[in-house]
Every structure is written in C-alpha cells, then in structure tokens.
Ligand binder design. Structure first.
Ligand code: A2P
Length: 346
C-alpha cells in the first residue's frame, strides 16, 4: 500500500465495513495502511483486501496508535466509547453512527451539499443518517434555487439499514415462510419477509420514531435551515438493500416541473430516471450497488399550487453510508483538512 493515509475501519465485519473496504480499493484511496477493527467476537477473522489477507483485531486502547483516519460504522455506543480514544491518539474519525451527529461542534456532512462544513472539524465528522442523505441529495439542488418551506417524506426502508444480519434474516424468513415454517425473528421485532411495519427505532414523546426525527433534525442541520418544516413516516419493507422515499415539497412560489427536472438532471449525486411512456421509475433493484440516488416521477402536487412530488431510490449501504464517508475522507485530503482545525474533541 504505497499511499499516505493510515486508515482503520471500526466495524470492518459489518455490511457497511465490507462496503468501505470495497470502495477504498475501487476508488484507489491513497492508503498507507489499513487496519480492520471489530468486537472481540471477530478477533482473528481474516478478510481479503486488494489481494492481501488482513486479520481483524478487537478494538482496544492501543488500536489507534499511528492511525490518521478512522472510518467508524459499529453502532452508536461503540462510537461513543472509541471515537474520543481515537481522536486523543491523533486520528480523525468519520463516524457513521448517530452518536455525535447533532453536537454543535461536530460537522454533519454530505459532500454534495455542505462540503465546507467539514473544514471546521475538531476530530470527529459525522456521516448523516442514510435516509436523510438520500433525501438531501435530491432536495438540496431544488432548495438552493427556491427554499423549501415544508417537506413531507414517506420512506420504504430495506433490511440493510439494520445490518448484515438483518439482510440474512429476511432471506431466512422468506425461505421459512415458503416452507410453511415459523420465520426466525431476531434483528427486527416482527417478520419482515412478506410484511412491512413502521420503522422499529424507539418512539419519541411526540409519537415519531427516532429514525423519523433523524430526518427532521439532521436535514435542518445539513441545510442550515433550523426552521424548515419537515414530517416523515418511516417504514421497513422487505427489500434487501436500497431505500425508497416519496417526497412532497412545498415552496413559497410555484416550482415548475420542467425546471425541477432540469436542475435534478445535472445535480451532483443524482441520476434522473423517468420513462413516462413505459411507466418506469427508480426501483431499489436498480439503485443497488449504484453511487447515484435515482430520482424520478417528478410531478406537480395537484393538492397545492406550490407543491412538487418526487420519488427516489438510493443504495443505503453505499451513498447512504460507506460512499458518503469515503467522499468525506477524499474531501478532507483534497483540502488538507484531515488534521483537526483546533483543540481536539476528547
Ligand atoms: P462484530 O462482527 O465483531 O460483531 P452490522 O451493522 O452489519 O451489524 O455490523 C456492525 C459492525 O460493528 C460489525 O463489524 C461488528 O463487529 C461491529 N461491532 C458491534 N459491536 C461492537 C463493539 N462493541 N466493539 C467493536 N465493534 C463492534
């Protein structure tokens, strides 16, 4: 590995960890060294990377010595424990969990939307929630032209959002149901195969679940629009990978469908997918493995003169998690922002 950056992946054995490794190789990230970290359960597991076999280590106090960059995707409590340790050891952490996203001194970054926010990091940069990233990629280019006044989202979220185990479980559930057996349910409270249910994240006092509130609070922070009115309904669907979202946008003035389509056709990170004659629009199977968020079915909201409706699908593990994190890392390197700008957050 002849590059300059010494990288550790925390959560290397997970679904996002695997995607991070694939993207580091694919995008020829300038790696000097790659360390794979996970829980003690995975210590000694061997994973291949660019023709080499790397052994997974259990994360410990010593894991971050001589590491420049940590890509963390091992859940909120793991990040809460280890991100400050990594920063104290001199590393910069790009954290995929929700642990630090709303902390005022932690930038919450989507490179296509608010790249400049990354410049001010103090050691930790948060990768937004996957559903929020996919929505923001499609809404930001329109919001820049005419601010969105109100946004209503309904999501159709795949099993991949709950990790590798959940994806395997949906397959096992499908097989069990087809064989007339009781489906195994460990990752979710209910069987997901041949079913759907409101998102299983904990409920908040107002009746919204945490996933819905992430879409509200994170979008406001990323857009720097604290008053933006947003409401979301998040639903788990029996799709393996790639989330879908129906988005209703309300503006102060009418926003023509033609100009929305034109803006989105050239927006970074967006691929316009619309074939009205064939009734063909974005689908999770088409979004799987793709870098772009597929957007289509842009139409006038017939219930409101200043409203637009759109539909999108995006790979939750890729742009919704691993790709966004790697793009943040690339942004830091391109701008020489890798080192924290001021006192480290410990
Ligand atoms: P492990 O495989 O050792 O449990 P996913 O989101 O696909 O379920 O992956 C979660 C990732 O986070 C896995 O790599 C998992 O490692 C890792 N992880 C979970 N808990 C911890 C922990 N306490 N310390 C370090 N890594 C953890």
């Amino acid at each position: 590995m002849p590059g300059q950056v010494r990288v550790a992946i925390l959560g290397a054995t997970g679904a996002v960890g695997a995607e991070l490794m694939e993207l580091l190789a694919q995008r020829q990230f300038p790696l000097a060294h790659l360390k794979l970290l996970a829980s003690p359960r995975s210590a000694g597991t061997k994973l291949s990377f660019q023709g080499e076999t790397l052994e997974v280590e259990a994360v410990s106090e010593r894991s971050f010595k001589n590491i420049d960059l940590v890509l963390a995707s091992a859940g909120g409590s793991t990040s809460k424990t280890w991100a400050p340790v990594a920063v104290a050891a001199g590393a910069t952490v790009i954290d995929n969990s929700s642990a630090f996203r709303l902390e005022s001194q932690v930038p919450l970054v989507i490179p296509e939307v608010n790249p400049q926010a990354a410049a001010q990091h103090l050691g930790i940069i948060a990768n937004p929630n996957c559903t929020t990233i996919l929505m923001a990629i499609a809404v930001w280019p329109l919001h820049r032209v005419q601010p969105v006044e109100r946004l209503i989202a309904a999501t159709y979220q795949s099993a991949s959002g709950a990790g590798a185990q959940a994806m395997a479980e949906v397959k096992a559930q499908s097989q069990a149901i087809l064989a007339g057996e009781t489906p195994p349910t460990h990752s979710f409270p209910y069987p997901l195969a041949f079913n759907l249910f409101p998102h299983n994240s904990p409920l908040t006092d107002g009746g919204y679940c945490q996933e819905e509130m992430k879409m509200v609070n994170e979008t406001r922070k990323i857009f720097n629009a604290p008053q933006l009115r947003i409401s979301a309904t998040c639903v788990r669907v029996p799709v393996l990978r790639a989330h879908s979202e129906a988005i209703n946008l309300e503006f102060a003035e009418p926003f023509s469908v033609g100009s929305a389509r034109e803006i989105l056709a050239s927006a970074p990170g967006v691929k316009l997918v619309e074939d009205w004659d064939a009734n063909y629009f974005p689908m999770p199977i088409d979004a799987t493995g793709k870098d772009e968020v597929l957007v289509g079915r842009i139409r006038q909201d017939l219930s409101h003169p200043c409203g637009l409706e759109l539909w999108l699908c995006g790979d939750q593990i890729r742009k919704g998690a691993a790709l966004n994190a790697i793009q943040i890392a690339e942004l830091l390197l391109q701008n020489q922002w890798l080192a924290p700008q001021a006192t480290a957050l410990v």
